[in-house]
Design a protein around this ligand. Structure first.
Ligand code: ASP
Length: 437
């Protein structure tokens, strides 16, 4: 029997009207037997996301303040959905329990997780599906990292073929039983884990767009939609700033080859974007997508004969490890190595990094380039065809954009250019125009 896992994002479950759309989608295909949900999102630009309100309640608790006004907004949202759908459940009892427990929780994760918890209970009642709490399915280890083996085992044991269930996204439990959440947007990861655990034929990720665009629609008007993309390409794009799907949601399904299908709750007949392991027709592929981000700093370290000095790069990277800074890229030359780090990662520690580099590595020169934007042009064709880099750099040159850094990542399918942050939008547009056919 075919099993599909359908994950619905916050905008797809923000109000009674969207709940009805979700029900129609589920009922259209009986193989959609496992559903994973986010917390209610915004109904309009001025609205609140329930998860944000829950985090705000926790902050108020920490500051010793009251949170009843915020909690009332949360309660009202769920009550209005339940009332409009005519659901018969003890919502007040559930809300009271959460309200009372909030002041006793030191970490924000319990509060944050309740958005998905309540939404899953509501949707399960509306669909006539079973509610299965993610607390008993998703396991983290003592260090707070996902325990994939234990999670897989629990899902296999509890979500049996023939069942129809709704599972809240975003959270699981630590070995001591306390609630732990994934990073923001993490319900995508829960969906992927459930798809893996039940061996789904496809992981459907229902959102408010008809798939993955070739470039961010905020940067280019009406960009082309990608109908087919590989996990590898998507991972490169997601890592480099494209956000439709949480990047950590790819591995659990890609490892065992379950395709991901991004779909639009508002256009349920649109086939969306299919994310697969391999594409047979490589001939037709060149650039699949373009993504980018501003706010990087490049630290260039230069030292004559660096390449013959054993352990130079190890010592350089150990400085970052010591300061708990993660770098994004590390292009290198014979006597030069650059560290490309996002400002949010550096978190004010740049001077400390420079001081330790000078002290421990005795470089000839250390230079910092501030305010760099990285643009990743991704496609299987980049590794397999000639002329793509030439088109990309010609497009940038025609716009008189100065390229400050080039890195064709180790995967070979990702050509990254660093430009000044001020040139970012124009550079993305120029690259897109060079490859859109
Ligand atoms: N509700 C959580 C968030 O807003 C998780 C999710 O929606 O994926 O980040």
């Amino acid at each position: 029997m075919e099993i599909k896992v359908a994950k619905f994002g916050g905008t797809s479950l923000a109000c009674a009207e969207t709940f009805r759309k979700v029900k129609a989608i589920i009922e259209k295909d009986p193989s959609r037997c496992f559903v994973v949900v986010s917390a209610p999102g915004k109904r309009s630009a001025a609205d609140h996301k329930i998860t944000d309100l829950l985090y705000a309640c926790h902050s108020r608790v920490c500051q010793g303040g009251g949170y009843d006004d915020l909690f009332a907004l949360i309660g009202d949202r769920y009550r209005s959905i339940a009332a409009a759908l005519g659901l018969n459940l003890d919502l007040d009892g559930l809300l009271d329990e959460i309200h009372q427990r909030l002041p006793y929780e030191q970490h924000p994760d319990y509060a944050a997780s309740r958005g998905e918890f309540l939404n899953a209970i509501l949707l399960a009642a509306f669909l006539g599906y079973e509610f299965v709490d993610a607390a008993g399915l998703i396991r983290f280890n003592e260090q707070g990292f996902l325990d994939l083996a234990a999670t897989e085992e629990l899902i296999e044991a509890k979500l049996k073929p023939g069942m129809c269930a709704v599972v809240p996204g975003f959270y699981g439990t630590l070995p001591d039983g306390s609630i732990k959440t994934f990073p923001r947007g993490g319900s995508d990861i829960t969906g992927a884990l459930v798809a893996r655990g039940v061996k789904a034929s496809v992981y459907e990720n229902w959102t408010d767009v008809s798939g993955f665009f070739m470039v961010d629609p905020r940067l280019v008007d009406d960009p082309k939609l990608i109908s087919l993309i590989t996990y590898k390409e998507l991972r490169e794009l997601a890592y480099n700033g494209a956000n439709v799907l949480h990047e950590a949601a790819i591995y659990p399904v890609s490892e065992i080859g379950i395709p991901i299908n991004i779909r639009n709750t508002d256009c349920p007949d649109h086939p969306g974007t299919m994310i697969v392991k391999t594409i047979a027709d490589l001939e037709s592929r060149e650039v699949t997508g373009i993504a980018g981000q501003k706010g990087f700093v490049v630290i260039q370290v230069e030292k004559a004969l660096m390449h013959s000095e054993m352990g130079f790069v190890r010592r350089l990277l150990s400085i970052l490890e010591e300061l708990r800074i993660s770098f994004s890229h590390m292009p290198s030359g014979i006597d030069m190595v650059s560290l490309v780090i996002h400002k949010a990662e550096l978190n004010g520690k740049l001077d400390q990094v420079l001081h330790l580099i000078r002290e421990r590595l005795n470089p000839d020169k250390v230079e910092v380039i501030d305010e760099i934007a990285l643009i990743a042009t991704v496609g299987l064709g980049i590794a397999n065809r000639y002329g793509i880099a030439a088109r990309l750099f010609t497009a940038l040159a025609q716009e008189k954009i100065n390229v400050r850094m080039i890195d064709q990542g180790a995967s070979g399918i990702n050509l990254i250019v660093g430009v000044e942050s001020g040139d970012f939008e124009q550079a993305v547009k120029a690259i897109y125009q060079a490859f859109v056919s």
